[in-house]
Design a protein around this ligand. Structure first.
Ligand code: NAP
Length: 307
């Protein structure tokens, strides 16, 4: 059993990005620019937005945040998107999900221009992924492929089960694994006999948002486990059921612990697994920076071609 260390992979990518960003600045006089739009004050979303801002600053990316109140209406959010679309210093736009319930996410996200769509929300970009013609991918599944590549895990022919079918994680992940010749089953809350399906898997990607959902009896020995879930554990009883004893000191100090969707007893059966925290999470934010730099470079080639 060995840990697939996401922090290590993220640091390697960040090192390359620093060099590229510096080169763009000195040779092309351009600074990659990222705008993150946050609607409302959900503490988890706010903390993700802040960590994205901090990493952008650390790497030399120009990052701006637009914070709108919880009660903002669709035209307010669309106006912020249009302003970022029209700003030549912004190469990448991210609307932090989830949006408040009164807003129709698709109607809003459709306004992000495909060439500034850093998390590949736009139907044009999702279509390219489906057709296996994309060169930019949603940050979380892109990060997972980076972890697999770094650790020389070839998914071709692997019986792979993706659990969770969100358009942010599960669906693109299933498509991207299929594009790499994995045999993919995409599961969700209505899947019948999930345990039997997951028991047969060589690779399980869990993106559910329910702590400890994948239990030891649901996986076979030697499986590769990728845990996308980020869950806050706040009570002693939940901690005892769902967290490793080694997390206890941090739990007492902070008053909460973070755990994934895969139970630690299932992780013990794996040949390799991503931990939570320190697995997929560091890659998601790093791939956001990677995609921002890519979109910035693309804007240069568009400008050159137009001349
Ligand atoms: N590590 C990272 O960087 C990162 C990035 C993104 C998200 N996340 C975390 O990953 C988790 C999933 O995120 P998301 O945005 O994909 O969530 P989401 O939009 O809420 O989707 C959850 C998916 O899980 C499925 N599901 C729910 N209960 C299930 C069950 N009992 N059995 C099987 N499937 C079940 C749902 O099925 P239905 O479609 O049938 O409802 C849905 O497809 C969350 O904890 C989130 O915080 C982490």
């Amino acid at each position: 059993m060995s840990v697939l260390d996401g922090k290590q992979v993220a640091e390697k990518i960040q090192g390359k990005l620093r060099v590229e960003i510096e080169r763009l600045k000195t040779e092309r006089a351009i600074v990659p620019g990222l705008t993150v739009i946050l609607v409302g004050a959900d503490p988890a979303s706010l903390s993700y937005v802040n960590s994205k801002g901090r990493l952008a600053e650390k790497l030399g990316i120009h990052s701006t945040q637009v914070k709108l109140p919880e009660a903002a209406l669709a035209p307010d959010v669309i106006q912020a998107i249009v302003a970022a679309n029209d700003d030549p210093q912004v190469h990448a736009i991210l609307v932090q999900m989830p949006l408040p319930k009164h807003l129709d996410s698709w109607k809003i996200l459709d306004h992000i221009r495909p060439e500034k769509d850093v998390d590949c929300f736009h139907p044009f970009n999702q279509g390219l992924i489906l057709q296996n013609r994309a060169s930019l991918f949603p940050c979380t599944p892109a990060g997972i492929l980076e972890i697999l590549d770094h650790n020389e895990i070839d998914v071709s022919g692997m019986n792979s089960v993706v659990i969770g079918r969100s358009f942010l994680v599960g669906k693109p992940m299933a498509t991207m694994l299929s594009n790499r010749n994995a045999t993919v089953t995409l599961c969700h809350s209505k899947t019948v006999r999930l345990d039997e399906i997951s028991q047969a898997a060589d690779l399980v990607v869990a993106a559910i948002g329910r702590p400890g959902s994948i239990t030891a009896d649901m996986v076979k020995p030697g499986v590769v486990l990728i845990d996308v879930g980020i869950n806050h554990i706040e009570t002693e009883a939940d901690f005892a059921r769902l967290c490793q004893p080694s997390q206890y000191e941090g739990f007492k100090k902070k008053g909460y612990a973070i755990t994934g969707d895969i139970h630690f007893q299932a992780l013990a059966k794996a040949s390799r697994y991503t931990p939570v925290p320190g697995g997929v999470g560091p890659l998601t934010v790093t791939m956001l920076m990677h995609n921002t730099v890519e979109l910035c470079k693309r804007s240069l080639s568009v400008t050159r071609n137009e001349k």
